[in-house]
Design a protein around this ligand. Structure first.
Ligand code: EPU
Length: 422
């Protein structure tokens, strides 16, 4: 990846004010392919205007869908003309979630040929559980030369699917494949993330019969056909969390509007434990400083545990907390590429197996750093906001994959942050 610009942050300005969070990235990347399951137009609102969304638009158009997209307003997808079922690597390499095309196309047409996904490169991207789920529904899977070929003669058949590991992508993919299968599918050991519930709501508003999303057993009664619908995706849990962390990091006073506070409980609990003031309303969260911020221990877990997607920004925040913190990553074993960059900024961090040991320092200082993946980018922004002097952040396009004009939002809150061509 090679970005055309760099981000420049002059740290030390407390973030103050109100900001509205955008629609959820990880829900958008599931809901957009899901629109392939029906032959009538679906209108989706509150989509985040990010690179992953543009990559999906290109894929849907290649397959024959009509897509009308008005950023910040709506996307209208009409899949009635879709005849394609092949997605090449030149497109799937642009986003991790391209694997959802497998479930959506299998569910739609009983066949799919989709190249292995790309996206942020912080770990290998196994999809064995997805494929196992498709096979349980009767798909024949052939996995060669980086392309998954999946097909069935006729309709998929509902079945029990037991996941060996809790997988967000696998759960979503099997849901996509199963909603139009013949008979009932039961997914055991399903992931429970908010975007799984959101996808289930979207599918049900198209006439699907999905029950239990948000628990570890999801029951799907297959239906013959789905119909068009209007739907608005939920706010982005990880953007909300990143903004909460940024507010705490700069000892600011920020109210984040349009979010769902119950999705944030794991982070809120940790911030409170650190000594940060967090107050909640129905759809807003206010984060304020209050004295010294103490070191804490964090372990990432599947929802409702502490999200792995906030592990990296949280690590940045803890670099200046008083005492020694630990951050244990249990979901993705190699999600640590941000650590070297934080060290350049003066962080005292040691990695032991899957646990980061952080000795809080009094000061971080600006330095040139490089983003290696989306949430590493969020971590470097948080560190840059805290640091003395100027932080130059390279490879910003990773950040644009998942955050909607983050520098504009932060600037509105008082940050000194801008982009400059390289
Ligand atoms: N796994 C397997 N086999 C599989 C699938 C997953 O072994 O078939 C393992 C993975 O290697 C990992 C664990 O299971 O160790 C969990 O992976 P999961 O499938 O839950 O993750 P994912 O679906 O690939 C989604 C998000 C990620 C987020 C994780 C965890 C999307 C597009 N991606 O990934 O988001 O970190 O769930 O919540 O929804 C991000 O937003 O920056 C991001 C990477």
């Amino acid at each position: 990846m090679s970005s055309k610009d760099k981000m420049l942050i002059t740290g030390g300005h407390p973030l103050v004010g109100e900001i509205t969070v955008s629609g959820g990235k990880n829900t958008a990347v599931a809901v957009i392919p899901a629109a392939l399951l029906c032959n009538a137009p679906c209108t989706i609102e509150n989509l985040p205007d990010i690179e992953d969304v543009y990559a999906l638009i290109d894929i849907l158009r290649l397959l024959g869908a009509k897509v009308e997209y008005v950023p910040e307003r709506y996307m209208r997808i009409d899949a009635s003309g879709v005849t394609g079922y092949q997605v090449p690597y030149s497109l799937t390499r642009r986003l991790r979630a391209s694997y959802y095309l497998l479930g959506a196309l299998l569910g739609r047409a009983g066949k799919a040929e989709v190249a292995y996904p790309g996206g942020c490169d912080f770990c290998s991207r196994p999809i064995d559980q997805h494929l196992k789920g498709f096979a349980a529904l009767g798909a024949e899977i052939d996995d060669r030369r980086g392309v998954v070929h999946a097909k069935t003669d006729g309709r998929l058949k509902g079945n029990d699917v037991f996941f060996d590991v809790v997988t967000v992508g696998g759960t979503i993919n099997v849901m996509l494949a199963a909603v139009r299968a013949k008979g009932n599918t039961v997914i055991y050991n399903a992931a429970k993330e908010p975007h799984i519930v959101d996808l289930a709501n979207f599918l049900n508003s198209m006439g699907a019969n999905v029950k239990g999303a948000g628990t570890d057993v999801i029951r799907i009664r297959g239906v013959e056909e789905l119909h068009g619908c209007n739907y608005a995706v939920i706010p982005d849990q990880i953007e909300t969390g990143t903004l909460m962390i940024a507010a705490a990091a700069t000892r600011g006073d920020v109210t984040i509007r349009g979010c769902i506070p119950t999705h944030m409980e794991a982070l809120t609990a940790k911030l409170l434990e650190m000594g940060v003031r967090v107050t909640e309303n129905d759809d807003s969260i206010r984060v304020r400083p209050q004295g010294v911020q103490r070191a804490v221990n964090v372990k990432t877990r599947v929802y409702p545990g502490f999200p792995t997607d906030l592990q990296q920004p949280m690590t940045a925040l803890l670099c200046m907390a008083q005492g020694v913190s630990t951050v244990c990553e249990t979901v993705f074993e190699q999600r640590f590429k941000h650590l070297d960059e934080l060290r350049r900024m003066g962080a005292k961090i040691k990695l032991m197996d899957r646990t980061v040991l952080i000795e809080g320092v009094n000061e971080l200082y600006g330095a040139p750093v490089t983003v290696t993946d989306l949430r590493a980018g969020a971590a470097l922004i948080v560190a840059g906001l805290m640091a003395k002097g100027v932080t130059e952040i390279y490879e910003t396009s990773y950040i644009d994959r998942g955050y909607v004009r983050i520098e504009e939002k932060l600037r509105k809150l008082g940050a000194e942050i801008r982009r400059e061509p390289i």
